[in-house]
Design a binder for this molecule. Structure first.
Ligand SMILES: [Zn+2]
Length: 126
């Protein structure tokens, strides 16, 4: 009789633990689903923004960008920041810096090392 009561108590305890774990699983699943929906919405917004930008770019430049992007694992253009290409992380040598300095503002410049289009900003260091 004593063994039966002990076994029943253990069954009750384990049943409660299972119930608690099922609740935790349901909560975690709901949080995951909410986060996924948020990420999907953000991705859709970014894709829409990208479409607008692509639509405003010259076709030849977009073709060049796509060609480089595919070849370079998804990054076709990179910011030139303090004389460093943020695509391949290499610092440009002085000859390249001087070439870029001499280039017209609307001229497409590329990094000799990785071939990516370099995006010049006020922080480019040139
Ligand atoms: Zn580079």
């Amino acid at each position: 009789m004593e063994r039966l009561e002990a076994a029943q108590a253990r069954v009750t305890e384990l049943t409660e633990r299972v119930s608690g774990l099922e609740t935790e699983l349901a909560d975690a699943t709901a949080r995951r689903d909410a986060a996924t929906a948020e990420i999907d919405a953000e991705a859709a917004g970014i894709a829409k923004d990208r479409e607008v930008i692509v639509g405003s770019m010259p076709e030849a430049l977009m073709a060049l960008y796509e060609k480089i992007r595919v070849k370079q694992g998804g990054v076709g253009a990179a910011r030139l920041y303090q004389r460093r290409c943020e695509g391949c992380r290499l610092e440009l040598d002085m000859a390249e810096v001087n070439e870029i300095k001499a280039a017209a503002r609307d001229q497409v410049v590329r990094h000799d090392n990785c071939g990516r289009i370099l995006v010049r900003t006020a922080d480019s260091g040139i």
